[in-house]
Design a protein around this ligand. Structure first.
Ligand SMILES: Nc1nc2c(ncn2[C@@H]2O[C@H](COP(=O)(O)OP(=O)(O)OP(=O)(O)O)[C@@H](O)[C@H]2O)c(=O)[nH]1
Ligand SMILES: [Mg+2]
Length: 306
């Protein structure tokens, strides 16, 4: 075991970030890492996979698992998302349960609380989005109510967006994590390949720019990812898969304006991620009702968890 200063042991372990949809799990992951590893958005069900972000410090390595929002799944596709989140719970040393100070998901939170009480893994409860609570006097009763309900190690009010309280979350995790080795090389930031992150950034732009059911009907494949050393750039071709012709028309937009904007914004973020110039070619393709088709779902990276 590597000691950092002769006294403090090196700590490491796995932490799950869980909660109802849209409560700020992915925003918190990015804030903890100070890097964008997981996409975020104003709608529920933005995150569809379990994404590890690796926090490397001289005294610890914390593997933070972002998960899809837990909800009442009405179809097989959403059940995969929920199972992905629930399946993460058994694999971790600590669970960070996130609740939204501005929206109540009582039934879902209660269902998760039930489940966590049976698993017996230490829970840290985070009351997120406190920056949006106008009357700060409302916070104390909220924290009191949560404290009565939850058998947890700590309840911490935070703003994942602006970083308030996030250091306290790290302090608490350091308390709870066991001594252990570095599981990943020190400069690894995530367990996801660049190809996946690139596809996610394209999907994020669709989530921000398209409305109603369109973002939910979208899956991305990255079909080409190659380096061009002569031009010192990376060339990427990706396909935006939708379920219907009408959605294809929306994604392309009038005179291709929508697709152009998706491409522009995605390229900007991909260049920041890769640290070099990027050529991004985007295509749109209809794969009829792919969310209902187990094979198509698997092709797009969404496989049943059990
Ligand atoms: N004002 C404010 N907004 C926040 C905060 N945390 C998250 N948000 C916003 O809430 C929305 C949802 O954030 P996400 O991080 O995508 O939420 P999530 O829990 O990962 O959502 P799913 O992946 O869909 O389950 C985004 O618009 C964020 O910018 C916060 O502390 N304060
Ligand atoms: Mg998310």
């Amino acid at each position: 075991m590597k000691a950092t200063d002769g006294h403090k042991p090196f700590k490491s372990g796995y932490v799950a970030l869980v909660g109802a949809p849209n409560v700020g799990k992915s925003t918190l992951l990015n804030q903890l890492l100070k890097e964008k590893v997981s996409i975020t958005g104003p709608r529920p069900q933005t995150t569809r996979n379990r994404i590890a972000g690796i926090l490397n410090r001289s005294d610890c390595q914390i593997i933070l698992l972002d998960t899809p929002g837990i909800h009442k799944a009405r179809d097989a596709f959403n059940q995969i998302l929920v199972d992905t989140a629930l399946g993460t719970l058994g694999e971790v040393d600590v669970i960070c349960m996130i609740v939204d100070a501005t929206a109540t998901h009582r039934e879902i939170d209660e269902m998760i609380r039930e489940r966590l009480s049976r698993i017996g893994i230490p829970v840290v409860l985070l009351l997120n989005k406190v920056d949006l609570v106008r009357r700060k006097g409302d916070l104390l009763p909220m924290l009191g109510e949560l404290g009565e309900k939850w058998a947890c190690h700590a309840i911490i009010p935070i703003s994942a967006l602006n970083g308030d309280g996030v250091d306290l979350v790290l302090d608490e995790l350091m308390e709870l994590l066991p001594e252990g080795p570095r599981y990943y090389p020190e400069d690894d930031l995530t367990d996801q390949p660049e190809r996946f992150l690139v596809g996610e950034l394209v999907r994020e732009k669709v989530f921000h720019l398209a409305h109603q059911e369109v973002p939910y009907a979208v899956a991305i494949t990255v079909d080409r990812f190659s380096e061009d050393p002569e031009r010192r750039r990376v060339e990427i071709e990706a396909t935006i898969h939708v379920e219907r012709d009408s959605q294809k028309a929306i994604i392309i937009g009038k005179q291709g304006q929508m697709l152009k904007e998706i491409g522009k914004q995605a390229r900007h973020d991909i260049e920041a991620l890769l640290g070099c110039h990027v050529f991004l070619g985007l295509y749109v393709r209809v794969q009829k009702n792919w969310r209902k088709d187990p094979r198509a779902r698997a092709d797009f990276g969404y496989r049943p968890q059990r």
